[in-house]
Design a protein around this ligand. Structure first.
Ligand SMILES: Cc1cc2nc3c(=O)[nH]c(=O)nc-3n(C[C@H](O)[C@H](O)[C@H](O)COP(=O)(O)O)c2cc1C
Length: 423
């Protein structure tokens, strides 16, 4: 028999813990976002369709991006038990400096199109979190203004070799003068990828006011208010070079770039140099042998060649061939801190996030980028603790395998028990 009684008022009061209503709408929205996927949903609601699709979309059938994300979802972790990891150290040394987390912000063009604070929000949030920020050649904030937004932190500059080489050399000189410590030479854009969502949306830069964009604007008045009341969207570092937006994009995609360009850039650039967009073992070896400071295994977030190799899958093969001393980085498809932990376990020295950053930006400007970084940081720390490692250096390939469509190929072999665990 259940014994019943009248509810006691003090006990009832104890149960009633009403949260104070957060009056700041942005804060309320962002606090409700627990994952990068949640930020994506908010971003989609708040951004005009054409701008959201430009960011969210990829090339052709978008298979490269979907596969890269699937590869991360198919990770299986192998934790060690009874290995205390009360506090974890997530910092790394990368390209001659420190980063508090094993990821940085990837270069993205047109960033103020997504949300008006654009690169300034990204650079300032990166600086506050102690991670590097990369400015794109096709950025919508100038080299000098990014420096002003992140004066004490690390800024990297992504270089497209333009058809008119002098333009690129001039940009590199300006980035060096502004204290950018690393140049990221992107090599996977001999021509532009076929972004079909953009074609279908009639996407243009700057956005045009058509009947459909006006209808689309009705539920998103703030984006349009920002767009119409802030400085013109343009390639801010290229304003003095002349040419329309279309001509400049055209010029940035040059099918004639070659290793000779890399040699010229290396002779001009005083800092570290990284090649981004490497997609096979032979090229990785060749670049490391040629003395570049690092490479980024990347398929440009699936925005160039569709059905390109999955960078996360390529990673252990490249590390095996070029050795663990080389600075191998990876991007494309990262949506969770666990993806980053797995990449480090398989030998990546660092990772880059593109859309994860942009979803945060679209969801809430600077505060949204802070939220992206906070979500990834918490996921990285928790994953490390659950694996039983307290520093990134303790992560090893044995911590990660890849599910083969959920069917184990064979029972995992008995593993060597680490000495610390035996003690
Ligand atoms: C909207 C957008 C614009 C981008 N613009 C550039 C760019 O200007 N230069 C570049 O090297 N990569 C660019 N990228 C690729 C990113 O640097 C990065 O490789 C990619 O976003 C990683 O994949 P993820 O978005 O899944 O993280 C862009 C990516 C996106 C989503």
């Amino acid at each position: 028999m259940v014994q019943r009684q009248l509810p006691k008022i003090p006990e009832l009061l104890e149960l009633m813990q009403f949260k104070r209503l957060e009056l700041d709408g942005t804060k309320r929205r962002l606090e409700g976002a627990l994952t990068i996927a949640d930020l994506r949903k908010i971003a989609k609601r708040r951004t005009p369709k054409a701008a959201f699709d430009y960011t969210d979309g990829a090339a052709e059938g978008e298979l490269s991006l979907a596969r890269a994300r699937q590869a991360f979802e198919d990770i299986e972790f192998h934790p060690d038990i009874l290995r205390p990891a009360e506090r974890v150290d997530t910092s790394v040394e990368i390209l001659g400096g420190r980063s508090e987390l094993p990821f940085g912000i990837a270069p993205t063009g047109f960033t103020r199109l997504m949300q008006t604070e654009g690169e300034v929000a990204g650079a300032a949030a990166a600086g506050a979190a102690g991670i590097p920020f990369t400015l794109s050649t096709l950025g919508t904030t100038s080299i000098e203004n990014v420096r002003a937004a992140n004066p004490g932190g690390r800024n990297w500059f992504q270089l497209y070799i333009m058809r008119e080489r002098e333009i690129s050399y001039g940009l590199a000189a300006r980035a060096a003068a502004a204290g950018f410590d690393t140049l990221m030479f992107t090599v996977d854009t001999p021509v532009g990828g076929a972004r079909l969502r953009d074609k279908r949306n009639g996407f243009s830069i700057p956005p045009q006011l058509t009947v459909s964009t006006i209808i689309d604007a009705i539920p998103r008045p703030w984006w349009w208010f920002d767009f119409l009341t802030t400085p013109k969207l343009e390639f801010a570092s290229l304003t003095t070079t002349g040419g329309t937006v279309g001509e400049l994009i055209d010029s940035a995609m040059d099918p004639t770039i070659s290793y000779d360009d890399l040699d010229v850039i290396r002779s001009l650039w005083p800092g570290k140099i990284v090649v981004k967009g490497v997609q096979n073992i032979a090229d990785s070896k060749r670049l490391i042998d040629r003395g570049v400071d690092g490479i980024v295994l990347s398929n440009h977030g699936g925005r160039q060649l569709d059905r390109a190799p999955i960078p996360f899958h390529l990673l252990p093969h490249v590390v095996r061939e070029v050795g663990t001393d080389a600075t191998i980085m990876v991007d494309t498809g990262i949506m969770n801190g666990a993806d980053i932990v797995a990449s480090v376990a398989l030998g990546a020295k660092f990772t880059l996030i593109g859309r994860a950053y942009l979803y945060g930006l679209m969801a809430g400007g600077r505060a949204g980028v802070d939220r992206t970084i906070a979500i990834l940081r918490a996921e990285i720390e928790r994953t490390m603790q659950l694996l039983g490692v307290s520093s990134l250096g303790e992560l090893e390939p044995r911590h990660v395998t890849q599910l083969q469509r959920l069917a184990p190929v064979a029972a995992p072999a008995a593993r060597r028990v680490p000495t610390r665990a035996r003690a």
